[in-house]
Write a protein that binds this ligand. Structure first.
Ligand SMILES: [Zn+2]
Ligand SMILES: [Zn+2]
Length: 438
């Protein structure tokens, strides 16, 4: 997109706007605009553009200074994100974009169309589908700017390591105090796949097997997402099939017929991404996410997740997984087997799923019987998914990029505003519960 070439100028313009706007006392775009109207430089050019805010829209001349690199960056500097990169006729205010951006995280059902219709109703304008399209373009630009600003900030404060977020994902798990006693498990996480966040494959004709989606240069920032390529590095390992029945050491072998790929293969034809596979720490912070692509829960997804976690966290990890006993065998036979043993990785089974395992297996893997687990049930994924499932309706027919954007933004917001905010209460309640038991 033409926006890509302008992005660094747009990011600088956003920073200028944000700096100037810090003292605006919460006034909206239009009242500010009228205040500064008289002070426009006589040498400045101007462009007339329809500015859309939440309660009001008007066609206004906005100034273009000689210091502005692009028309778009001139608009962004004044708090308006244009809906087209070269000669925009319409723009949306930062406030209107930010309102939707945040509202969507709190209510993932809230679609762009619903928001644009809300604005139309408020302003007494008839809704047209092209308005949604325009808003969606401006929103993408806005989110891209925000993510660029975030990486600039991280760079400025020395957090440019690409694993920085993951290394500090959870204050309780990853922040070690001086002289702190080491625990049996340095970090307990739980991972699972979830098929709610499917996305329908777009095809040109009914018999076409290729996706009709246009290739896009847009990509989602942040390190939460494992790329498809990273995951596929572990695809060769699928020879160690997680669900093969011939394992003598495993008392639960042959129990997981419901997870066999053939049973659900027909479904994969319809969907491109068939869900997500993710790991969360025991406090509920999201660690990594991978897309499951045209398949069920194959072994490459947990292997990719474990590989990333071993790389970043190193020794003494404990991981809960609903078929943890089976995955232990898979892991030790895979390319990761050596380092998993050296780094003392433990595969466990969550308390709820444990009931489907045989008694002998439970004694080895079930959280109830393993020393060092305490009250932890390693079922955090189910709690996380029960909330994130609300995203399903908005990602099913979106593009690859927009689906990832929605998922990544959702988990970032949930970590910052939900999980982090509830962390103290969570720890306090667990502590009280533990005291009660002791
Ligand atoms: Zn944690
Ligand atoms: Zn088992």
């Amino acid at each position: 997109e033409a926006f890509d070439q302008q992005m660094s100028a747009l990011t600088r313009a956003y920073l200028d706007w944000h700096l100037a706007n810090g003292v605006s006392d919460g006034r909206g775009f239009f009242s500010q605009y009228r205040d500064t109207c008289g002070t426009v430089d006589v040498n400045a050019g101007s462009i007339a553009i329809k500015v859309v805010d939440v309660f009001y829209a008007e066609r206004l001349p906005l100034s273009i200074l000689s210091t502005d690199s692009f028309i778009a960056s001139a608009l962004v500097r004044q708090g308006v994100v244009p809906c087209s990169p070269i000669s925009p006729s319409t723009g949306v205010t930062m406030q209107a974009l930010n309102l939707y951006h945040i509202a969507r995280q709190r209510n993932p059902h809230f679609s762009i169309q619903a928001y644009v219709k809300t604005l139309c109703d408020l302003q007494g304008v008839q809704f047209h589908p092209y308005l949604s399209r325009q808003f969606s373009i401006a929103l993408d630009v806005y989110l891209q700017i925000l993510s660029n600003v975030e990486s600039l900030v991280h760079e400025a404060i020395g957090r440019s390591n690409s694993n920085w977020r993951l290394m500090h994902a959870c204050p309780a798990c990853t922040y070690t105090l001086k002289d702190e006693d080491p625990l049996q498990f340095k970090l307990l996480y739980t991972m699972d796949g979830n098929d709610s966040l499917k996305r329908v494959l777009k095809k040109v004709t009914r018999d076409d097997s290729e996706s009709a989606e246009l290739p896009s240069t847009q990509s989602v920032g942040g390190d939460r997402y494992l790329t498809r390529d990273y995951v596929n590095n572990f695809a060769g390992d699928s020879s160690v099939d997680m669900l093969s029945v011939d394992d003598k050491d495993n008392p639960c072998a042959g129990r997981w017929n419901n997870m066999k790929d053939e049973k659900t293969r027909r479904m994969w034809g319809v969907f491109d991404e068939s869900g997500i596979f993710m790991a969360v720490c025991r406090h509920g912070f999201s660690l990594v996410i991978a897309d499951m692509v045209q398949s069920g829960e194959q072994s490459k997804y947990p292997l990719a997740v474990v590989s990333k976690l071993l790389d970043v966290f190193g020794k003494d990890l404990g991981g809960g997984y609903d078929i943890g006993c089976r995955f232990k065998t898979t892991l030790s036979r895979s390319v990761l087997g050596q380092s998993a043993r050296e780094l003392n990785h433990t595969s466990l089974v969550g308390a709820f799923h444990g009931h489907a395992h045989k008694r002998l297996c439970q004694l080895d893997h079930l959280t109830t019987y393993v020393k060092g687990l305490g009250l932890e049930d390693l079922e955090g994924c189910e709690r996380t998914f029960s909330k994130s499932n609300a995203l399903a309706s908005s990602v099913r027919y979106s593009s690859i990029f927009h689906r990832r954007q929605a998922i990544a933004n959702y988990f970032q917001h949930a970590d910052d505003f939900e999980v982090y905010a509830n962390l103290s209460t969570f720890l306090y309640n667990n502590y009280k519960q533990a005291l009660g038991i002791l």
